[in-house]
Write a protein that binds this ligand. Structure first.
Ligand code: NDP
Ligand code: 8X3
Length: 253
């Protein structure tokens, strides 16, 4: 019988590539996102209702999340893996120029939505001795100007992953925090409000990670022997590395 992976945010970027990778390895998948046309197209691409099930809902909406989970067909109920991938960044400006509504959207999506679906699916994952993979970011560990609340949400995801792992290690459940750096996807268009010039500038000449690189990493984590837990993976393109601390002089402070 095929294993089943539940992948949030599968309508683009990492989530779509993760779904393609797992199905190529014989898994069946549950795919979520708000864009129904993309979910339907991906379900078809992956082999139709026998291999994939699309659930269209906003992960910030607890009632909609519960309704969607209740609608899961019987053959997709026993989950072997949950990939908490749905998420976003909004804005790149300094904290005092940021929009409070955008901050709350990031928290509602990256933190509250992720925690909600994890809690709702936990018993099923324990029953299967399953795997939880959470998409954090290098922004969880490495602050940068304009990262403010986005980095804060990803630090939560990283620490929540480690805490979850502590709670579940006696139950045979594996938990991994994946922490990618510069990666090419619609993420940057979402973050900049659709600014294609900013997108091109960020990635130009940098050979960023591709969604397939993240999918490969997550498939590797899932395919290790059941007694092996990868706690966290920080992954960057070769072109990306660290910068010195910034020191501003004569600030009046
Ligand atoms: P994309 O923008 O390509 O994909 C984001 C996915 O999240 C989409 O499928 C989107 O679906 C879904 N999503 C966003 N908001 C909601 C919501 N409210 N309800 C349901 N689904 C939602 O970005 P990536 O693939 O690059 O990012 C995936 C994850 O990886 C995110 O958590 C991101 O923070 C993280 N990450 C990304 C990096 C990058 O540089 N790209 C680096 C490190 C981490 P839809 O719009 O259809 O609802
Ligand atoms: C996305 C990577 O460096 O833009 O999580 O925060 S970064």
């Amino acid at each position: 019988m095929s294993k089943i992976a539940f992948i949030t945010g599968a309508t683009s970027g990492f989530g779509k590539a993760i779904a393609q990778r797992f199905v190529a390895e014989g898994w069946n998948v549950v795919l979520t996102g708000r864009r129904k046309d993309r979910l339907d197209a991906l379900v078809n691409e992956l082999g139709g209702a026998a291999r994939a099930c699309g659930l269209c809902f906003d992960i910030r909406d607890e009632a909609a999340t519960k309704d969607a989970l209740r609608s899961l067909p019987a053959e997709f109920q026993a989950l072997d893996a949950l990939v908490n991938n749905a998420g976003l960044a909004l804005g790149t400006g300094p904290a005092d120029a940021c929009d409070l509504g955008e901050w709350k959207t990031m928290i509602d999506t990256n933190v509250t939505g992720l925690v909600t679906i994890t809690r709702l699916l936990l018993e099923r994952l324990i029953a299967q001795h399953g795997l939880v993979v959470n998409l954090a970011s290098i922004a969880a560990s490495w602050p940068y100007p304009g990262g403010n609340v986005y980095g804060g949400t990803k630090a939560f995801v990283r620490q929540f992953s480690l805490g979850l792992r502590s709670d579940l290690s006696s139950r045979g459940v594996r938990v991994t925090s994946i922490e990618p750096g510069l990666s090419e996807s619609e993420f940057t268009l979402v973050r900049t409000g659709g600014d294609k010039a900013a997108y091109d500038k960020l990635y130009r000449g940098a050979k960023p990670l591709q969604p397939e690189d993240i999918a490969e990493t997550i498939y590797w984590v899932s395919s290790l022997p059941a007694h092996v837990n990868i706690n966290s993976v920080e992954i960057m393109p070769v072109s990306q590395s660290w910068a010195p601390f910034q020191v501003h002089r004569e600030t009046g402070a």
